[in-house]
Design a protein. Structure first.
Length: 386
């Protein structure tokens, strides 16, 4: 009985192994004829486009599209469909493709399929004028023509410029509930927002006015700042530090003893705060903005300062505020291509000069009362749109 059971088990194992081996051979020898046709068809279509035989290329495109209709993998990416139908001047089919984004906008095609997108972009750029004229003469509706005009502009000129922003704004204002909202949201590049972030380091000059000027001279400063610009709004977090020389000796009593300060003695000065302004000029080369600053400033002696007695003497330690003017010129820009046509990643180097006037709100002794005008020059490394 036991021997018979072993014989049955061995028989089933043999049958299973034979079936697995047969399936393995079928997988090894399997060829997807559709994939072969798509790969060869794309190559053939490229050759016809290079030979300017657009009629034959159009036939190949329609054949491959019908071949994979309703299947898991398609012959072309959605963006390729758009470019090809523009190149072939098939405006009615292009409109259908643009309207059907929800159903065909996320197609998959076979891996390692022959690449054609770069060639299509080049051909559209070189034939842009004649194709745009054909589109305007076609029978499609005005809204479709205006959207296709925007697509043309992106292909030929890119999207990281003010003209593209203007075209997109005009279209969205004219067609608030556009039938192409899916394309506007998912296919066309987003409207460029002029934004930048920069690190700045430099030097400058801080001066004094009033009674403060009688007692302290001007001096060069070391400046650090972080600048943020969005559209027309300019902001900067900054810190300026230096030492100011005492001109006239003086003595003060701190309640316990008299502190004597001699001529030519250094007092530490620090000003740190926020500038906010409006860019009246922002043209990609020059930035100009009046601003208003709020900050905290102090001027103090450290000669008597120690951990034990804490006898430092402050001339002022106060809230400060005042107007200023920011100017900046771009010295160099670097652009890194970020995709086929969705724009670039930007970085730049610029030189900026800020001039302003700080009103000091409170003094320890009115004998030193005055304000601190300043001039700052810095080299900026930034990212984003200048």
């Amino acid at each position: 009985m036991k021997g018979r059971f072993c014989l049955i088990v061995s028989f089933f194992l043999l049958i299973t192994n034979q079936l697995n081996a047969q399936l393995e051979n079928e997988i090894k020898t399997y060829v997807d004829s559709t994939e072969v046709l798509v790969t060869n068809g794309r190559k053939m279509m490229v050759n016809k486009i290079l030979d300017n035989d657009y009629s034959k290329a159009h036939e190949i495109y329609k054949y491959l599209t019908n071949l994979t209709a309703g299947k898991t993998f398609s012959s072309f990416y959605y963006s390729e469909d758009i470019y090809l139908n523009i190149l072939f001047g098939d405006w009615n089919n292009l409109v259908n493709i643009l309207l059907d984004y929800k159903n065909i906008g996320h197609k998959y095609i076979y891996k390692d399929t022959f690449e054609i997108f770069s060639l299509l972009g080049s051909k559209l750029s070189s034939n842009g004028d004649s194709l745009q004229l054909e589109c305007q003469k076609s029978t499609i509706d005005t809204e479709s023509k205006k959207l296709i005009d925007i697509i043309f502009y992106v292909v030929i000129n890119g999207s990281d410029n003010d003209v593209y922003n203007s075209k997109l704004d005009d279209f969205q204002k004219e067609y608030v509930n556009s039938k192409y909202n899916d394309i506007l949201s998912n296919v066309l590049p987003k409207k460029r927002i002029k934004a930048s972030f920069g690190f700045a380091l430099g030097s400058g000059l801080v001066s004094t006015t009033g009674d403060l000027k009688k007692n302290f001279g001007s001096n060069a400063t070391i400046n650090l700042s972080m600048d943020f610009s969005i559209q027309k709004i300019y902001t900067s977090l900054y810190l300026n530090g230096t030492s100011l020389k005492l001109k006239v000796p003086f003595s003060v009593t701190n309640g316990i003893e008299t502190l004597d300060f001699t001529g030519n003695e250094s007092f530490q000065y620090l000003d740190a705060g926020l500038k906010c302004g409006y860019l009246v000029i922002r043209n990609g080369r020059i930035n100009l903005s009046p601003y208003f600053s709020i900050s905290g400033s102090f001027l103090e002696s450290k000669r008597y300062d120690s951990e034990e007695d804490k006898k430092e003497y402050k001339i002022f330690n106060s809230f400060t505020y005042g107007p200023g003017i920011h100017s900046e010129i771009k010295l160099r820009e670097n652009k890194t291509n970020n995709s086929y046509y969705y724009g670039y990643e930007h970085s730049y180097i610029s030189f900026k000069v800020d001039a302003g006037y700080n009103f000091i709100a409170k003094f320890k002794d009115n004998y030193f009362k005055g304000n601190t005008p300043y001039l700052m020059a810095e080299l900026v490394w930034g990212i984003g749109f200048f």
